[in-house]
Ligand binder design. Structure first.
Ligand code: SF4
Ligand code: SF4
Length: 443
């Protein structure tokens, strides 16, 4: 099997404890807390108020602006409050719709399936994806209808379904690729149609040979996607590197995949598109890998959006010990949360709960100029130099040396023997540069 890849990167231990665990469907919870901002772009406007009855799939938040996504109720019941919750991504309070369930699990009348789902015109498909509130399910949560609407001067000739799942611990995409293979391909075909694109690949890391076989076993007449086995290496699943590995094109600095005629969609997103177009189901649930040394029984679960993390822990055998760290997403790019009362959002690909032993805290040591971070950076940056510029507030120098090209993959921090918080310096430096730009614009 020829395995494609990119230069740089690293090989963290895989820890894929749940790869053989079938997806378990969780019952609808008694109460959900659904943030109105679960995507890149502007938060949604609430469409409901306290006391309103809702069903599964009732629209409760309207997208505000082009880069935004609609939000739907994930259970049936009554709106308890349009209030606030701690957001799992920002850690700050955010507007949310809190819904008390009625136990009926009744779907909204607007949710209708159709057998003739392949007949829709491209523009209709994009509209339906928009109405379903679909965002990238790989973690970035970029609104999918925007990705499916490239400007005319940037036609897409290649679509890549991303099944790399290179983050340690996470296996939700792997299970979907085994359990929903044909539906992912159907979703992929709808993406090709929406874009008027003929060429498709599905990129899968070679540590998932069963997923490679599952897609290869579909007759070519029914599957336009060529399977591209990828070397097992972090961060193989990021857009830049999966494109480089499969079609050898480089996204220009500050650019997007559409600038080089490519669209990348996570396999879970392709499935969500199929569910929306075929069954009329908006995005109200997702598969979450719940794992780590502090979890009683690591599993992959299908959970409603808005379910508290604590409910997922209970469904996974409870906590074995007081957790030292709870991470939403994988350990390389995920976000640490400080409470288990935050809700599952559309971008929650996994929850990794680590005990004292696995979540060691390190003291930063001085740089020893070993250049490991430079060799490993897949963006070919100088993390140690740029990190210092950012740390010292030398933002112009940080920008000049390429901080804005940093993908925040964490590879540099991972390989650093001095345990320097390089990715933290990159992130905070970028945030300050964005803030400066915003101030200049509004001045
Ligand atoms: S976090 Fe940024 S600087 Fe560090 S390895 Fe990734 S892309 Fe390079
Ligand atoms: S890996 Fe760490 S110690 Fe080595 S050059 Fe980079 S920052 Fe310095």
């Amino acid at each position: 099997m020829r395995k494609r890849t990119f230069s740089g990167g690293t090989h963290p231990p895989e820890c894929k404890y749940t790869e053989n665990k079938k997806i378990e469907v969780l019952p609808p919870p008694d109460l959900v807390t659904i943030p109105l901002h679960q995507h890149t772009g502007a938060p949604s406007e609430p469409l409901v108020k306290k006391g309103d009855p809702v069903k599964v799939g009732t629209k409760i938040g309207e997208a505000r602006g082009f880069i935004s996504a609609t939000i739907h109720s994930s259970i049936s019941g009554k709106v308890k409050e349009v209030g606030e919750c701690i957001h799992p991504v920002t850690g700050a309070y955010a507007q949310a719709v809190i819904i008390e369930g009625d136990g009926e699990d009744a779907w909204d009348e607007s949710v209708k399936s159709t057998d003739s789902y392949r007949d829709h015109e491209p523009q209709q498909l994009v509209e339906m994806v928009k109405e379903a509130g679909i965002v990238g399910l790989g973690g970035a949560a970029f609104p999918t209808h925007v990705k499916l609407s490239p400007p005319k001067e940037k036609p897409i000739d290649t679509c890549i379904l991303n099944g790399a799942e290179c983050e340690p611990y996470l296996t939700s995409d792997h299970r979907l690729m085994l359990e929903r293979t044909k539906d992912i391909v159907e979703g992929g075909k709808l993406i090709l149609k929406a874009l008027g694109c003929k060429r498709g690949f599905i990129g899968i890391e070679a540590n998932k040979p069963d997923a490679v076989s599952a897609f290869e076993s579909i007759p070519k007449s029914e599957n336009p996607f060529e399977v591209a086995p990828l070397e097992v290496k972090y961060p193989q699943g990021q857009e830049h590197y999966i494109i480089d590995a499969i079609v050898h094109r480089e996204i220009p600095s500050g650019g997007l995949p559409m600038d080089i005629g490519v669209l990348v969609q996570n396999v879970g997103t392709a499935l969500a598109i199929f569910e929306a177009i075929r069954f009329g189901r908006p995005l109200i649930q997702r598969v979450v890998t719940v794992t780590g040394s502090a979890i009683g029984e690591p599993k992959n679960v299908l959970a409603r959006i808005g379910t508290p993390f604590s409910t997922l822990f209970e469904a996974c055998g409870g906590l074995k010990t007081v957790p030292r760290k709870i991470i939403m997403g994988g350990p390389m790019m995920g976000i640490a949360v400080f409470t288990d009362q935050v809700p599952v959002v559309k971008g929650t690909s996994g929850i990794v709960v680590l005990d004292e032993k696995d979540a060691k805290q390190f003291v930063e040591e001085p740089c020893i100029r070993c250049a490991r971070c430079v060799d490993a950076c897949p963006m070919k940056l100088l993390p140690t130099t740029i990190g210092d510029f950012a740390r010292l507030g030398m933002l112009e120098d940080a920008e000049r040396t390429g901080i804005m090209d940093c993908k925040e993959c964490g590879t540099c921090s991972y390989v650093c023997p001095s345990r320097r918080n390089l990715v933290h310096y990159m992130k905070s430096g970028k945030a300050r540069i964005f803030e400066e730009r915003r101030k200049k614009k509004s001045a």
